[in-house]
Design a protein around this ligand. Structure first.
Ligand code: IVH
Length: 670
């Protein structure tokens, strides 16, 4: 390479890596695998070592990624939080072992641990009490997420037993078990929010939630793997972890001492498939020198310790044959293509189906019927097709053409500009859409009809007893009790629950209608601002978008819903059945206009009310809660531990700072 091309490549690699870092740490939307990222990083490291004249302290090789969040207070780590070098082969592991043996003649042991795939945390304990919980951040400064971490049940707030140092730090990984991940994503789907892509994003997204209540609701877990401090109980890393277990920390039971690299490699092979049986995600094995004094002697580089390394498993792949493509129609009419495959064993389970996402994906794979395809199970739980062996293709095989008509009702599919999915437009006549709408209507967060579930809806629909949501309210007892697996008791329960649903507040009824993009929060906003269904129906696009948080996409969807005469008839019938079509008096009584037109930003923690409650009070009194300071902000409502940058900005812009009590006085609550 000429000097010029070297310089060009270095600049290019730096900017590409920075972009991927940003996508990974800030947007939680990585577009390349860790392995691809590491290969680019290694290439850059090599070029920089060979050409030291291009050294740059701000190069991606000189720092660990950042996940700083401006909403949390940033604190300096007492011991910087390093990351680990990754290797992907047994050969690289042997190199790692050789390097250490060149530095020391002493005999030593390794400890092998599972590499949990979540988000890392550092906990500081003082006199046996949890003092602070800090995210990794950029390795030097992290976010103070103590309030959120306190809600994680498996983390001890007060230590058990004796023998712990007066002050120490313990580091570990915060995890979201698969079962909980599925539950949260189902909930998000129901609310029209984008599901989390994988457990890692879900765990870090949850940990950095501005609401501790949300964190508490989602059952995060944590395993700890690193103890730091002045007077630790032992010189052995594993022995220290065992002591930490006695103090109440969750330590992985699947940790093993190994006398040499052979034993390490055996452990790695053992867990290659076994790890898929665990309830949480793992993506490799961490290998550490056990002796702390040897660790100290070996030391660290700028980025990672010399005494530890991470072996990362390659995403499992298998090749199989594409038999056919089927198409699933969801509640909103979105059509998802699914590949039916010759069964193949992959990462411990038999795979028969894989998602194909959408038409563009099929096209970019260049998929033909009967193709030999490669399937992969990555961080996501549903396997996906990552490649096609076009050399193995039969010369006569035909490319996959995305269907033009709905497989369920035959309507011509449509595709809106800028959207990846095809839709079936036959909202009121397409069975999976009708059934999906009914299931949404009766679900817990909507009308919450006890005793009616997906199976019963299916049965009632196929028997021709219900054709739309309102028909549910016409059901007679004997029509239900006659059905298979149901009886008098179930019928009574369903009818009682239907009767009670007449008291369900308007905002939930509005959510239950299943208008696209009108999730729980939007339904609440619309109900509170426009008060009844007639006002919502008659509001113009301009009136709708004038409401904070209602954008063009939602407004258009609302207009389109009410322009369908079928929907108007449905609402009329539901009203006749006695469902609430206007906001109730009690929630109106709490409203005032005391903060009309005022924009208020909340920062810090408060003694009398939660941030959530304060936000509610602002809105109920006609104000607007904003999340960043600008010239248009009227007040900064400041609690304890308010972020220094926010305070500075408020002072600079001359924005009045008020306390919780002053705020309560403004709305006559004190
Ligand atoms: S030790 C200086 N042990 O992997 C050593 N890390 O790439 C610090 N991780 O930031 C890390 N399981 O989030 C260690 N058993 C384990 C781990 C582990 C998962 C994560 C951790 C760390 C990252 C390093």
């Amino acid at each position: 390479m000429s000097i010029e091309t070297i310089q060009q490549r270095i600049t290019e690699l730096r900017s590409v890596l920075e972009e991927h870092n940003h996508r990974y740490y800030h947007l939680s939307q990585p577009v390349i695998s860790d392995q691809e990222f590491d290969m680019l990083l290694k290439e850059l490291e090599k070029l920089e070592t060979e050409n030291p004249e291009y050294f740059d302290p701000n190069s991606p090789t000189q720092r660990v990624g950042s996940d700083l969040n401006k909403e949390f207070q940033q604190v300096r780590h007492q011991y910087s939080m390093l990351s680990l070098s990754n290797v992907y082969s047994e050969e690289e592991l042997r190199d790692f072992d050789q390097k250490i043996r060149k530095l020391t003649d002493l005999s030593f042991e390794y400890v092998c641990e599972l590499k949990y795939d979540g988000t890392s945390i550092s906990l500081r304990y003082k006199n046996g009490m949890l003092d602070k919980a800090i995210t990794r951040g950029d390795g030097t400064f992290g976010d103070d997420v103590t309030a959120n971490v306190r809600t994680i049940k498996s983390i001890p707030l007060r230590l058990k037993g004796t023998g712990f140092p007066e002050e120490f730090e313990i580091r570990g990984e915060i995890l979201l078990p698969f079962a909980e991940f599925d539950r949260i994503n189902e909930e998000r789907d129901e609310e029209g929010e984008t599901p989390f892509a994988n457990v890692r994003n879900a765990a870090s997204g949850t940990l950095k939630s501005q609401k501790s209540s949300v964190v508490a609701e989602r059952k995060l877990d944590a395993f700890f793997y690193y103890l730091l401090g002045e007077s630790l109980p032992a010189d052995g890393h594993l022995e220290n972890l065992q002591a930490a277990k006695e103090w109440g920390f969750k330590i992985s039971p699947d940790t093993k001492k190994c006398s040499d690299m052979m034993a390490v490699i055996a452990f790695i092979r053992e867990w290659n498939l076994k790890r898929f049986k665990l309830p949480v995600a793992t993506d490799g094995i961490v290998i550490k020198v056990n002796s702390l004094s040897l660790q100290q002697y070996l030391g660290t580089t700028a980025k990672s310790p010399r005494w530890a390394i991470a072996y990362k498993y390659k995403a499992e792949q298998a090749s199989t044959i594409l038999q056919s493509v089927s198409y699933q129609v969801g509640r909103t009419g979105a059509v998802t293509p699914v590949a039916n495959l010759d069964p193949v064993l992959l990462a411990g389970t038999t795979v028969k189906r894989a998602t194909l996402h959408n038409a563009d994906n099929i096209k970019s794979l260049g998929l033909h019927m009967g193709d030999t395809v490669f399937v992969e199970k990555g961080g996501e739980i549903i396997p996906k097709i990552v490649g096609v062996d076009s050399a193995a293709r039969h010369p006569m095989s035909q490319p996959i053409e995305f269907i033009r008509n709905c497989p369920e009702c035959g309507s011509a599919l449509i595709r809106k500009d800028g959207e990846a999915a095809h839709y079936c437009p036959n909202e009121d006549g397409c069975p999976p859409q009708i059934k999906g709408k009914m299931e949404h209507f009766i679900s817990r967060k909507a009308l919450n009809i006890d005793g009616l579930g997906q199976e019963t809806i299916d049965l009632l629909f196929s028997e021709g007893l219900i054709k739309n949501i309102a028909d549910i309210y016409d059901l007679q007892k004997d029509q239900i009790s006659r059905l298979e697996r149901l009886g008098d008791k179930s019928a009574d329960r369903i009818l009682k629950s239907l009767n009670e649903s007449r008291q369900v507040p308007f905002e939930k009824v509005l959510f239950a209608l299943g208008i696209r993009f009108v999730g729980e929060t939007v339904a609440k906003i619309l109900a509170h601002r426009l008060l009844n269904i007639e006002n919502i129906r008659n509001a113009t696009l301009e009136e709708l978008t004038a409401i904070d948080e209602i954008g063009g996409r939602i407004a258009e969807s609302v207009k389109s819903y009410f322009s369908n005469p079928e929907n108007i008839r449905l609402i009329d019938r539901l009203r006749e059945k006695g469902l609430q079509m206007q906001i109730d008096e009690a929630s109106l009584a709490n409203r005032s206009e005391k903060l009309n037109g005022l924009s208020i930003i909340i920062s810090g923690t408060f003694e009398k009310n939660s941030r959530d409650d304060l936000k509610k009070m602002i809105e109920q009194n006609g104000g607007k809660n904003v999340s960043s300071i600008s010239n248009n902000t009227n007040y900064l409502l400041a609690g304890n531990n308010i972020g220094p940058s926010k305070l500075e900005k408020a002072k600079k812009l001359n924005i009045p700072i008020i306390t919780e009590d002053e705020f309560l006085k403004m709305i006559d609550k004190m």
